[in-house]
Design a protein around this ligand. Sequence first.
Ligand code: SF4
Length: 370
Amino acid sequence: MKVVKGIYFHIPFCSYKCPYCDFLSFVEPQANHEEYLQLLLKELDLYKDLDFSLKTLYFGGGTPSLIKPKLYEGFIRELSKGIDLSCLEEISLEANPENYSFEDYKQLKDMGFNRISIGAQSLREEGLKALGRLHSVKDTLRAVYNAYRAGFENINIDLIYGYHGQSLRDLEKEIDLLKDLPLTHISLYLLTPYEDTQIGNLYKKGLLKLPDEDTIGDMYQLLVDKLSDMGFLHYEVSNFALEGYECKHNLLYWTHEEFLGLGPSAWSFVKYRRFGNTRNLRLYKERVMKGKKPIQYEEVLEGKEKIYDYIFVVLRTRKGVEKDLLPSLPEDLKEFFEEEEGRLKLNTRGMLLINEILLRLKECILLMNG
Ligand code: SF4
């Protein structure tokens, strides 16, 4: 029987809006964080009918580290009154480098958080400037060591590559800096000039030049090679971990397990149904206060769609999918796959081009099904 194994809590507050970011977040210095956490609990109450066997909690955003640890303590205490947390294996929180002190990390550790994900984005001052970030490389190093000294042995940092002005050599230097840090996990995202972001608009108008396709390909290969030399397993398109430190929460997404997402814009996958909350914070509050689920988007998977959805999600990982599920690969896609022990997985080039490859696979599957 399928059960909900993880909960994602979206914290939609930031102290400024980064020019590349398309996550839902609001700059609201006056936001009442305590009240917001109560709303999340109220929303969870609306899912009493579900079966839970929770392994992971994940606080993402936005900037969860704008909320003081003390408030999370109360939140988790309240949460544990309504739901069994005794089998939790991972409680993860995303922190911006400039927010928490050593004492804050210590408090989080003492209350059971065991994974910290630090939004470093770049380990070059020029990179941080290009990405419009207001923290410094020093802030990131301080945050990593503070978390480590506070007892976190599972620390991730998020980095962005392929931003304007970054060369292959710049990236190489950034990756070399990682060697000396007490990290167990590294997430590396290619800068995407999303529409409706400042960087996206500049790019569209031709006012900003991003590295070309070949350079991006070389950057990705460099990342994979260098991190593999440092002992990191490339276990998902954008994620690398030391053995045993793969993010358990994110693995739920990539293995078709059930999870609940709470907060505006959060997505859930339960009983073969994907549903997403409204992105409108006011509407979200109103609906939850009225005891109504704030769902705005929904897709129910039926029949073969369940298998195809599984394929598209699991192909993101190095595990790949059972070969029988993809018996005849289109000729033009074969070069992006490798076969091992009865499973088909994307090779490094395939991982880089995953979006295009999944689109092409979808087309073929639609054709096959008339
Ligand atoms: S990138 Fe992170 S810190 Fe910046 S606006 Fe987006 S959610 Fe906030």
